[in-house]
Design a protein. Sequence first.
Length: 287
Amino acid sequence: MSQRAALSSASHHRLGFAEALALSGDRFHFVTATERGVQIDVPAGWASAWWVLRGSLGVQSAQFNGDVAAGRLLTWQDGPLRLFSHGPVGAIGIAAPAALWSRRLQGTQGGSDRMLLPWQHEPERELRRLMVRVARLARQGEARHEAALGALVSALHDAQCPLRQHLDACSGRTTQRREQVLVRLMRVRHLVTYGRESRLDLGRLAEVANYSPTHLIRLYREVFGETPVEYASRLRVDRSWTLVRNTRMPIGDISEVVGFESKSAFCRSFKAKFGYTTSEIRRSAMR
């Protein structure tokens, strides 16, 4: 596909109330979802990015069940993916076979074989602007600004530079092999950070990474400096502090959300970690 034909041959889909879309074909697809009840199926072997402006998108895959909240952007190149929304949503997505993304990356720093790692983040202003611009051009069938598509694909990969810094710590003789290791570990990190499951055992995490539990612990510590369980515990502690101090959510509900079996166990752990009770923290936040 030539650069000049890229946008004119791209497909734009606007999904309204209770509409479903199964992506296919050798082209870029741009999707805007504007109503509740949408469903989007992305095939295996594709790369995609989904930016949620309002509401949330549910995500289902073999490696991850969770949500993309408003303001976050999901990147994915790791097996088939289903996105859906039961409530009102506003979202923009770009998806295409991975080979097309590679062609767009040829000649850019890092080569043409870089994968999109499974992750979520809050996109910078320039990336948001490019997402909106390219979706608009595709909707209008305009090809005169075909460079915008290349700029968007490159920007999506560049936004993952902080994640790719871990590549050198991954085992493997070749870049491709190290990248495969990083993708497996990022599956685990993404699930722990954004998944719906409040209680994740090591067996489940090892299954997601396709490693044995022992091998997963060793590799994860080598790359990220902590085990998956330590990472999950650290996130749980940070989240509990935020929920106690900055929300009015009942303490019993917070204990359940962050994965404790009882309110009393959560309160004991909170006091041991921070040196204050949940009541003391809430009173100080109200002053």
